[in-house]
Structure formats: structure tokens, C-alpha cells
Design a binder for this molecule. Structure first.
Ligand SMILES: Nc1ncnc2c1ncn2[C@@H]1O[C@H](COP(=O)(O)OP(=O)(O)OP(=O)(O)O)[C@@H](O)[C@H]1O
Length: 546
């Protein structure tokens, strides 16, 4: 991405900081989300802001982008005081945030989105043709190769992010906040994004980078700031801080150990080896298949691949969210009616969706209500939910999954992103499913919680459940007994335990290296039934995994 020729490149380390936040305090009711925190980002600097779920990162982003009014403290952008709270246009001209979730309007074209909010009332309207031409010029100037007539909803995540960055820069912003920008990109997409960010950085554009993925912090950023429990803990050059030191700063000394989660309600007898979940010829035309999967009790099957690989759609089909065009699904030998969520639930399939904001949570409801949504029928007579019972069940889940919340009665909308994700997992487990289908379960979850959450998934299997874990994250896939890599919806390679990162990434990208087995038939089911339970790799430890 190259800046337009008219923009003078700003040399690094000159001029006032791109961002200077001092003594920021922000409360939400009784919650102190930020306690006198500071943050300074130099021009052209890529600055990481890291911390555990609930540390206050998103709140700080809200304050420095004009979304939240701080209770105390000052914000200056490029040496000038930040605009007044509520003056959205003025904020947009100074700083922009590229979120995990699209902020662009999916139904509008790229051109329309680029010029959204740019015309003030009373100013002459611009013709569509001119709008498209100007959009093409703007995209060209920033090196974004996208047709301005494309609907934003039809863009890939990567293209959408580039459009959002180009849009922000065209408004004049020289500070861009990136909130987990690589969470939904594959490895190549992430590399392309970083390359463009570096280019922009060399032209003086500063980035505030929020990520739970520590290797990315080391790869992209010069400086890192750590917040913990609403406080600023440290700011240091990334090169001066080892991974262990960084994790220690994030977790502090009082890192709570992950308690054991409740066992699945209907754990099958040990030694039962018939597949619990099976698919036969499962296919969704143009997306994936046909697929023959077989997952036994005690097993975690990984489906590796980004959304484009069809892996997410397989998960959605198993959960009844999508009707397949062919094939069938059985749980414990019984056919599950396809395309219906209630039937999948009744068959014992628990589901952790990818898009927790869209599919996962009811925002206005409490943690207890959300966590127990799928078990309402069991929480009291005649379908009446007894709040005390719901709260008690939710409290078990809060403890088991280390959900940082004021209590079961708190609204989920008030939780940090990572803690919301844990509520989604809690809900999937609340019903005591026999099969768990989890799509990108650790997205947005901090390093310590990630470990405990993957531990929960692994234990669910160890206690007799069957798991299908759909993810492009290598750390997620490390807990799997077997991994099937999909490419364009077809099995590209399968692995037992002990694969190398390079092998698996290559398989997800459609090439094979090393010891991967390329399935001849469209099946991943092992030909021989293992005699003993497959070995479980050790859980990632803080410091050894991101
Ligand atoms: N709108 C809100 N109402 C009430 N409390 C809130 C609200 N937004 C955030 N909080 C609380 O403020 C604290 C900080 O949350 P924040 O979202 O800033 O954390 P975070 O570091 O971004 O976490 P994550 O990594 O999980 O996204 C949390 O305790 C959270 O519950």
C-alpha cells in the first residue's frame, strides 16, 4: 500500500507523538475499566497494546477514538488536543479504528463506503459515476486492488480491512488502531497486511495494534505497552522484552489456575470406540465436500482451514445452522435432521460459533441467561426458568472457564470481548452435549484464558465427548488427536499428532510438505481403530505458545 504522491513522507521520530493519552480514568458504573493509564505512540511507530481479557484495552481504544468520554485525563493527537466528545467527523479526520467486525456497511459498494459520512448536509451531492472514479483513484493511491463497484459484503476480510485503512487515511488520519486485525486472516493475508503496515509506517502513519497473538507483536511492533486490571504496567521496546517477561507483565503474580470444568452429562463408558459423530458424503455445493468424518468418544478432530477453505461451513452444518446439499450426519448411530439447530441440540451437539457477536450472545441479557440459553427447559418446571437455578449453573461455568465478570447477573454487553467468548463456550457446554463443535473458540481470548479454554475442550473429550475443532490457529489445533486440513472444501492432508507448523500451514494453503497424508478418498476416518486412547500433547504453556 503506497501513500499518494501528494503526501510528504514524515520521517520517523520527529514531531509530536501521534497519540498522547495521560492519566485516563474510565468507569462503567461500579467497574473501573481504566485507572489513570498513559499511552504515547510516536509518529510512524507500530505500538502494541496487550493485556489479559478485561484489562482495559478496548476501553482505551474507545477513549482515544472518541467513542468513550473519559472521566479524567487528557488525549492529544499529533500534538493537538483531541476533538470534543461527539464530534464524529473531527475524530474521524484524526484517528481511525479497524475492527475485527466490519464497520463498513455490507450492503453498499466499496465506493459508497469510502465516501460515507464525507458529505455534509447542504453540500452539493456527487454523481455516482464521479464517486466511483474518485473511489478508484483513492484505492489506487493506497495500492488497494479492489473494484469500487463491489459490494463490501462480498469482499474478503483482508480486502475489507484494506478498504477501511484506505478510507481512514483518506480522511487524513495518521493514527490507525488495529483491533486483532489478523484474527480472521490466513497466514498469507496476515503477511500481506503486515507488509503494507510497514510501508505506511515508513511514511509516518502510526499504528496502535491490539492483539492476543504475541508472535505478531514481536513481528510488527517496535514498542509494547501492557495493561493489567485497568492499570498501566509497562511500556518498553519490544526488542528489550522476552516473551516470558511480557507474559509475566500481563498476568502478574496472581494468575489463577484453571479449575476443572464440569464433566459432560452423558459421558460414554470408557472403552467404547464406535464413532460418536459421523458424516457420510456430507456436502454443500460449491463450499465443501463430500466429507466422511468419524469422531470417536475421547477424540478431538481438528478441521484446519480459514473460512474460504469451507471448514467453518462444515462446523455450521454440523450445528444445524446450514442445510447440506448432500449426505447425512449421525450422532451415536442416529441420524440428525439436517439444517435445524434444535435437532442438532437435541442430538447432543453443542456449538461454539465463530461470530459470537452475530450468532453467539444476546447482548441485553445477563451472563446467567446467556450461559443457560440452551437449557432453559431444565431450569425449572413447565419451562419456567428459576433464576436461582440459572444463576447457580452459570456460577459453575464462570468458575470453570475463569470468566471475569461482576457476577452471573451482569449483562454480557458489559463484558470484555474475551470474556464474552468464554460465555459462548459455557453456553455450548451447559446442556451437557456429547459432541462439541467449536469454531475458532480462542479468537480474542488472552494467552492464559486460551490455555484454560483449550484445556476445557481437551478435557471434554478426555471425559468421553467427541470434539470437532474448526480453526486456522496452530495453538488450537495442537490439542487435536487428528487434524484434517481442508483446501477449497476438499481434504488436502491429514495429520496425527506431532505435525510441524510448516507442514500444517502448507496444507492449509493447498500444498503439502513433510509427513502429511493426502487422503485418496474424500474421507478422514482412520482405517484402523486405535487400541489405546491416542496420546494427548501437553497443553501450551505461557511463554511457549502465543
Ligand atoms: N459498556 C460497558 N459497561 C460496563 N462495563 C464495561 C463496558 N465495557 C467494558 N466494561 C468493563 O471494563 C473492563 C475492561 O474491559 P475492556 O473491554 O476494555 O477489556 P479488554 O482489555 O479490551 O479485554 P478483551 O481482551 O477481552 O477484549 C472489563 O471489566 C469490562 O467488563
Amino acid at each position: 500500500m503506497t501513500a499518494p504522491a501528494s503526501r510528504d513522507p514524515v520521517p520517523q521520530d520527529t514531531g509530536p507523538p501521534a497519540l498522547r493519552a495521560r492519566g485516563i480514568v474510565k468507569r462503567f458504573g461500579p467497574t473501573l475499566a481504566l485507572d489513570r493509564v498513559d499511552l504515547t505512540v510516536a509518529p510512524g511507530e507500530a505500538h502494541a497494546l496487550v493485556g489479559r481479557n478485561g484489562a482495559g484495552k478496548s476501553t482505551l481504544v474507545g477513549v482515544v477514538t472518541g467513542l468513550h468520554r473519559p472521566d479524567a485525563g487528557t488525549v492529544a493527537l499529533a500534538g493537538r488536543p483531541a476533538p470534543a466528545h461527539g464530534d464524529a467527523a473531527a475524530w474521524r479526520a484524526r484517528v481511525a479504528c479497524v475492527h475485527q467486525r466490519p464497520m463498513t456497511v455490507p450492503g453498499l459498494t466499496v465506493a459508497e463506503n469510502l465516501f460515507l459520512g464525507r458529505f455534509e448536509p447542504g453540500r452539493p451531492l456527487i454523481g455516482w459515476r464521479r464517486l466511483r472514479r474518485r473511489a478508484a483513484e483513492l484505492l489506487g493511491a493506497y495500492g488497494v486492488d479492489v473494484d469500487p463497484r463491489t459490494r463490501v459484503g462480498d469482499l474478503t476480510v483482508e480486502q475489507r480491512q484494506f478498504v477501511e485503512i484506505a478510507r481512514a487515511l483518506s480522511f487524513g488520519a495518521r493514527l490507525i488502531v488495529l483491533d486483532e486485525p489478523t484474527a480472521r486472516l490466513d497466514a498469507r493475508g496476515g503477511a500481506r497486511l503486515f507488509a503494507r503496515l510497514r510501508e505506511l509506517g515508513s511514511q509516518g502513519v502510526a499504528f496502535l495494534f491490539i492483539s492476543h497473538h504475541l508472535p505478531e507483536v514481536y513481528e510488527l511492533c517496535a514498542t509494547v505497552t501492557v495493561y493489567r486490571d485497568a492499570r498501566h504496567v509497562l511500556t518498553a521496546p519490544v526488542a528489550d522484552l522476552s516473551r516470558t517477561e511480557l507474559v509475566a507483565a500481563m498476568t502478574g503474580d496472581g494468575g489463577r489456575p484453571a479449575p476443572r470444568p464440569p464433566a459432560p452429562a452423558t459421558a460414554p463408558a470408557a472403552g467404547e470406540r464406535a464413532p460418536l459423530l459421523r458424516t457420510e458424503g456430507l456436502a454443500l455445493t460449491g463450499v465443501y465436500g463430500p466429507l466422511d468424518l468419524a469422531v470417536r468418544p475421547g477424540e478431538v478432530l481438528g478441521l484446519a482451514g480459514a473460512a474460504a477453505a469451507g471448514a467453518v461451513a462444515v462446523g455450521e452444518t454440523l450445528a444445524g445452522m446450514r442445510a447440506p446439499t448432500a449426505g447425512r450426519i449421525t450422532v451415536d448411530g442416529r441420524a440428525v435432521r439436517p439444517g435445524r439447530v434444535p435437532d442438532a441440540l437435541d442430538a447432543g451437539i453443542g456449538y461454539v460459533p465463530e461470530e459470537r457477536h452475530r450468532q453467539g450472545l444476546v447482548p441485553g441479557r445477563s451472563v446467567a441467561e446467556n450461559a443457560t440459553l440452551t437449557v432453559a427447559g431444565r431450569l425449572g418446571p413447565f419451562g419456567i426458568v428459576l433464576p436461582a437455578r440459572a444463576r447457580a449453573l452459570a456460577q459453575t461455568m464462570i468458575t470453570a472457564l475463569d470468566i471475569r465478570t461482576g457476577g452471573p447477573g451482569q449483562s454480557v454487553a458489559e463484558l470484555s470481548g474475551g470474556n464474552q467468548q468464554k460465555v459462548v463456550v459455557a453456553r455450548a457446554l451447559a446442556r451437557g452435549p456429547r459432541v462439541l463443535v467449536a469454531v475458532a473458540p480462542t479468537a480474542g481470548v488472552d494467552i492464559t484464558s486460551k490455555k484454560s479454554l483449550l484445556g476445557v475442550v481437551r478435557r471434554f473429550a478426555d471425559e468421553g465427548g467427541a470434539v470437532v475443532l474448526v480453526s486456522g490457529e496452530l495453538d488450537d489445533l495442537r490439542i487435536c488427536d487428528r487434524v484434517l486440513a481442508l483446501f477449497h472444501g476438499r481434504p488436502a492432508a491429514r495429520f496425527g499428532t506431532g505435525w510441524s507448523d510448516r507442514e500444517l500451514v502448507a496444507a492449509m494453503e493447498g500444498t503439502t510438505v513433510g509427513t502429511a497424508t493426502v487422503p485418496e478418498a474424500p474421507t478422514e476416518a482412520p482405517t484402523a481403530v486405535p487400541e489405546a486412547p491416542t496420546s494427548v500433547p501437553p497443553e501450551p504453556t505461557p511463554g511457549s505458545g502465543p
